[in-house]
Design a protein around this ligand. Structure first.
Ligand SMILES: NC(=O)c1ccc[n+]([C@@H]2O[C@H](COP(=O)([O-])OP(=O)(O)OC[C@H]3O[C@@H](n4cnc5c(N)ncnc54)[C@H](OP(=O)(O)O)[C@@H]3O)[C@@H](O)[C@H]2O)c1
Length: 246
């Protein structure tokens, strides 16, 4: 698929993988809808994209709020008239050991990483079903398959996203032509770990600092690869790890 002029919503576009993906897809000619809670970051990104000759729309939204996601879709339709794809990328990773009972952080991860994806899908689906085409890309993780210290809840949320993506694909792709892809990165150099508060984990995480991680741009390339396939091809999963990661 030529992604020129395709309308692509990206959640979590204010930093990391979402930001790099917005830059990549807009360079390839897509009209990107930048969403996250930090509006000033999105506005700065929109300016960079427009200075490079691209098209971007900013709609601040919290993925945990259904009304925000509905507003995001309504604004996209008002400005661009359709939706070709959504990248459900917003996520949090406040790792902690279960014994430390950081139950508020467990709930945040369930709300953003799982319910946020469900809310994104629910908001765009009526448009994609009407169009009988479209692409839903969910950012899962290698954590869907591999537990790591402090990751019991985070890994569970990413396993949920992976399995939800497969269920979606089976329900939507064969009958409606709506493609579904789960992207599963290993460690990527972003600010994702900034939300960790568990002292037991912070010590362990610093040991990973010496490893050469993936860059956000590597994941943006994987997303572009999934999007640009001809309509007969559904890339189900992209499992991508740093060469140095165990
Ligand atoms: N980095 C890695 O090693 C890695 C590996 C595998 C998978 N992933 C996944 O990749 C995705 C992107 O993470 P990243 O590494 O790029 O980290 P990041 O730079 O921290 O980006 C996270 C994004 O999520 C947004 N977000 C958080 N809560 C939100 C909410 N309630 N509503 C809307 N947006 C929200 C943030 O924007 P605001 O704060 O402005 O709302 C931010 O743009 C996540 O789903 C993460 O689990 C990352």
């Amino acid at each position: 698929m030529d992604i020129k002029d395709k309308v692509i919503i990206i959640t979590g576009a204010s930093s990391g993988i979402g930001e790099a993906t917005a830059l990549k897809l807009s360079k390839e000619g897509a009209k990107v809808v930048l969403s996250a809670r930090r509006k000033e970051k999105l506005t700065d990104l929109k300016k960079i994209i427009e200075d490079q000759g691209g098209h971007a729309l900013v709609v601040a939204a919290d993925v945990t709020k259904k009304a925000d996601m509905e507003k995001l879709v309504a604004k996209t339709l008002e400005v661009y008239g359709t939706i070709d794809a959504i990248i459900n990328n917003a996520g949090l990773m406040p790792l902690s050991y279960v014994k430390n009972l950081k139950t508020d952080e467990w709930e945040q991860m369930v709300d953003v990483n799982i319910k946020g994806v469900l809310n994104g899908v629910a908001a765009v689906l009526p448009t994609l079903m009407k169009n009988k085409k479209g692409h839903i890309i969910n950012i899962s993780s290698t954590a869907a398959y591999r537990y790591f210290p402090g990751g019991a809840v985070y890994c569970a949320t990413k396993a949920a996203v992976k399995m939800f993506s497969e269920g979606l694909r089976q329900e939507l792709a064969p009958k409606m032509g709506i493609r579904v892809t789960s992207i599963e990165p290993g460690a990527v150099a972003t600010n994702l770990m900034d939300t960790i508060t568990d002292e037991d984990i912070l010590g362990q995480v610093s040991k990973m600092k010496d490893m050469t991680k993936l860059e956000s741009e590597d994941i943006a390339e994987a997303i572009y690869y999934a999007l640009m396939q001809p309509s007969r091809v559904n890339i189900n999963d992209v499992y991508i790890m740093p060469t140095e990661q165990q």
